[in-house]
Design a protein around this ligand. Structure first.
Ligand code: SF4
Ligand code: SF4
Length: 420
């Protein structure tokens, strides 16, 4: 039996005029050459199901899940198709239909609900991983792991020390003349794996004259859940964040993770009538600092930097020039173009765990582009992309350090010059 989301899916399919302009930008179409693995093909199949001309089948389910959700097709589309939102609704319907089953799906659901959305449990697991890495047991065990587990393990990031994983201060004052007050969205994996980036974000905002508040009761944005068909749980998480940020006063909600930013910006899609007010105040940190006007950094970073657009920043939020403009304002930095900045890296939430072959093929294209440019740094603003690109850079033997743009800004505000 069909669920309640089909009318909304159908409405979104009607915007497609079948022009095919999106096809060359679609990573899964580029890899397979199959119409069914293209945006137009996926829209066609969903429309056929909505119009009762086809049944929701395993083949359709597989093609809908083979999609990376990168939304490059939205940028290319002249007709304004809301592909990301349609994809989330379609995956929720596939989930309800029972077409996705088996132990791997149950494990995925448990990990996303019981681990990623539970900060205490997540912290415990990350601490265990840190202990294993410190004792170097992982290197010993990794050598014995069969494929694909060895390859999956290579994606695991180095866990930072506990001092970088503690909570941020609830309030940080502005340095110099105060220009405003912002709230920071800290995310779920960011505090555990990229706490230094969150801390750098607070420092840079403070150096630019903004007070920063970090409400303790905030939590996971729910993007990973929505992208894997668990839209109901994502809506529950969103309501918790609405309450957390309603309790504080701020001018803008700053996000340094592109995936979270895109999800928060589209809260109204998930929670009609409830999410618009908060969504309208969401800003990516680069976009916010660019619009506010960056205070000139004193330090120099003598380096060539390739900026790589996170899909959910460039396609999901239409932010592409702001991070480049900020990087260009750091003395010593030369922005280096590369061939495929807005192409997906293959991380796509947990896609690099669930669709290894396609993810690897998509990453390979990115690595060829970055390898030809040979930068000192690759800068990108999303935790999934940071992990994927670090794994790709290591596997390809490139010398570049993969960083968040805010880390370079933070280093440039340090009193001494920084070399590559
Ligand atoms: S979201 Fe990305 S992978 Fe999916 S159809 Fe659009 S371009 Fe292709
Ligand atoms: S570009 Fe837009 S209208 Fe054209 S085929 Fe793709 S989704 Fe449809």
């Amino acid at each position: 039996m069909k669920g309640d989301d089909w009318p909304a899916i159908y409405e979104r399919t009607l915007d497609c005029v079948h022009c095919g302009l999106c096809l060359p930008t679609c990573p899964t179409y580029r890899e397979t050459g199959r119409e069914t693995s293209s945006p137009r093909g996926r829209i066609y199949m969903l429309r056929a199901v909505a119009e009762n001309r086809a049944a929701l089948s395993e083949v359709i389910s597989e093609e809908i899940y083979l999609c990376l959700g990168c939304r490059a097709c939205e940028t290319a589309c002249p007709s304004g198709v809301r592909f990301g939102s349609m994809l989330e609704l379609a995956r929720a319907e596939i989930d309800r239909s029972g077409l996705r089953r088996g132990w791997a799906i149950r494990l995925e659901r448990w990990a996303l609900r019981g681990l990623i959305a539970n900060p205490r449990r997540l912290s415990l697991v990350i601490s265990l991983l840190r202990a294993v890495q410190q004792l170097r047991v992982d290197r010993l065990v990794a050598g014995w792991l069969p494929e694909p587990w060895r390859e999956l393990y290579a994606l695991a990031p180095r866990v930072p020390p506990a001092r970088e994983r503690g909570p941020l201060p609830g309030f940080t004052p502005a340095i110099g003349a105060k220009r405003g007050r912002v709230a920071l969205f800290v995310g779920c994996v960011m505090p555990e794996l990229f706490g230094a980036i969150n801390a750098a974000t607070v420092r840079v905002l403070s150096r630019n004259g903004f007070e920063v508040v970090v409400p303790e009761s905030q939590g996971c944005c729910g993007a990973l859940h929505a992208h894997t068909g668990d839209l109901a749980f994502a809506r529950d998480l969103s309501r918790r964040n609405l309450a957390a940020f309603a309790a504080v006063d701020f001018d803008a909600l700053i996000v340094n993770s592109a995936g979270c930013g895109a999800a928060l910006r589209e809260l109204e899609e998930w929670l009609p009538g409830e999410g618009a007010a908060l969504a309208s105040r969401v800003r990516d940190v680069s976009e916010f600092l660019d619009a506010a006007g960056l205070r000139a950094p004193e330090g120099r970073i003598e380096s060539r930097v390739c900026y790589d657009d996170p899909c959910h920043l460039v396609h999901g939020q239409k932010v592409d020039a702001a991070p480049r403009r900020l990087l260009e304002q750091i003395p010593g930095i030369e922005l280096q173009a590369h061939d495929d900045p807005a192409g997906c890296c293959g991380a796509a939430g947990i896609y690099n765990l669930t669709h290894r072959a396609m993810s690897r093929a998509v990453l390979e294209r990115k690595m060829q582009s970055l390898g030809a440019a040979d930068p000192d740094y690759v800068a990108t603003g999303n935790p999934g992309c940071l992990m994927q690109l670090r794994a790709g850079v290591a596997a390809a033997g490139l010398r570049a350090e993969v960083v968040h743009p805010i880390e370079l800004l933070d280093r440039a505000y340090a009193p001494r010059a920084v070399g590559a």
